[in-house]
Ligand binder design. Structure first.
Ligand code: NI
Ligand code: MN
Length: 230
């Protein structure tokens, strides 16, 4: 049994049989939905799609607090390790098996740089993440433009939930996200990366209407909503 909680922007907290995994923990600095770290249960694993601050967020503090392992791209992993975090570097296309979950980093078309006290450092490649757990497959696309290989991701995986950005400006907007959804052939789609800041204001119901008019299933998660997966 799996629970997925939406914590704003691209952050999802996944609970699998008492283990907690967080993706892109942008929490205390989120201007729209600030989340205190006290509200986050003890973490086992932290997954980060890329190095932008709205994705690294509080990863270092949480990793140190809980002795949690961070899995992310090589360059970002090294920087996080220099801050004291326990890391596993992951390359795009590589799959890593843990006791309760497997993760595979996928292509994303986006930039990635680390803001280290105002200095911009190379952050490696931005990625999406496929998560395999409890017989289910979840695809978190990260920050990305639409790309044709999403068709391949859809063909190679039996995706239950695909989480796609809709904010436009930095990533796919509503129409490209709907095209991605047609290609991914997931059972259900969840929008992310919108309405956190003025540049990415979007109406998720417009997205949902277009998803449904294409015969696809979508679900809008509001901040704090939990999806229970049997
Ligand atoms: Ni980004
Ligand atoms: Mn972002």
């Amino acid at each position: 049994k799996m629970k997925i909680k939406f914590l704003g922007q691209s952050c999802f907290l996944i609970e699998i049989n008492g283990k907690n995994i967080i993706i892109d923990p942008y929490l205390t600095e989120n201007p729209k939905n600030p989340t205190s770290l006290n509200e986050i249960p003890k973490l086992d694993l932290i997954l980060i799609t890329h190095a932008h601050s709205d994705h690294i967020g509080n990863a270092v503090e949480l990793a140190l607090r809980d002795d949690a392992l961070i899995v992310t791209g090589t360059e970002l992993a090294r920087w996080l390790a220099s801050k004291g975090a326990k890391v596993i570097p992951a390359g795009i296309g590589g799959k890593k098996d843990f006791e309760f979950i497997s993760v595979k980093f996928t292509q994303a078309i986006h930039s990635s740089s680390i803001n280290d006290n105002g200095q911009m450092l190379y952050g490696g490649l931005a990625a999406g993440i496929l998560i395999y757990a409890e017989g289910k497959t979840i695809y978190h696309a990260g920050d990305t433009a639409l790309f044709l290989d999403m068709k391949l991701i859809g063909e190679m995986n039996n995706i239950d939930y695909a989480i796609l950005p809709i904010g436009d400006n930095f990533t796919m907007g509503i129409d490209d996200s709907v095209t991605a959804a047609k290609w991914l052939k997931a059972k259900k789609y969840i929008p992310m990366h919108y309405n956190t800041m003025p540049l990415i204001e979007q109406d998720p119901y417009e997205w949902l209407g277009k998803i449904e008019s294409n015969g696809l299933a979508g679900e809008i998660l509001n901040y704090g909503d939990v999806l229970e997966i049997q």
